[in-house]
Ligand binder design. Sequence first.
Ligand code: PXP
Length: 249
Amino acid sequence: MSVDLRLGVNIDHVATIRNARGGAHPDPLRAARIAAAAGADGITAHLREDRRHISDRDIARLRAEIDLPLNFEMAATDEMLAIAINAKPHAACIVPEKREERTTEGGLDAAGGHNHLKRFVSELGNAGVRVSLFIEASKTQLDAAASLGAPVVEIHTGAYCDATGDQRANELARIAEAVKYGADLGLEVHAGHGLAFDTVTPIAQLPEIRELNIGHFLIGEAIFIGLEASIREMRRLMNLARGMTGASQ
Ligand code: PXP
């Protein structure tokens, strides 16, 4: 397991498949156990307002039954704040949330939403939960995160992953600059969204990034090669990018 670059495995889409039929199968907890065995450093789960995938019970079970740190993704609402303070996950990542979106589209407006977010950052921090803000690779947003007192930011990699050719190179350069700027501000910098085997390496090579959160691709790839193999391969690529041996852990 790498302490240099952690892998948080997002298990939301195991719950998406379960919920498509109701019932208990496939169980996101089983996925979390496999992720632990495959070299994940943490589990990420997003309890959405509409409960379309992860449920309140999943969060309670993740806290009670899984040893890996839980990164609880949440919207900045009073309902989610109360759940987070009660569940006391290792970390909470505040994300923007719109009911009609398919996934978290774009980052949080930490600059425009400063007054609203301040209470969430401080109450979570006071409860001993490490707060991160999911933001775009923008100096304005990084400055706002620092001034809010958030210890961690997660940079949205969606535009980089969606782009091709020169556009992808431009997006990567924008992320590289932001990551460095964030680290210089004293923020711990994470990244995630849309990462796959063919996009992870340049991101993992940015030395200031301490954690990647990856879900949709890993769960999709598991259909073809199995979840453990999918996570092990991502872990191997991350280690290779950091110049470590290509060994599986
Ligand atoms: N990080 C954050 C803050 C997210 O909201 C998501 C998606 O839930 C991810 C990472 C993982 O994105 P993906 O499922 O596309 O790998």
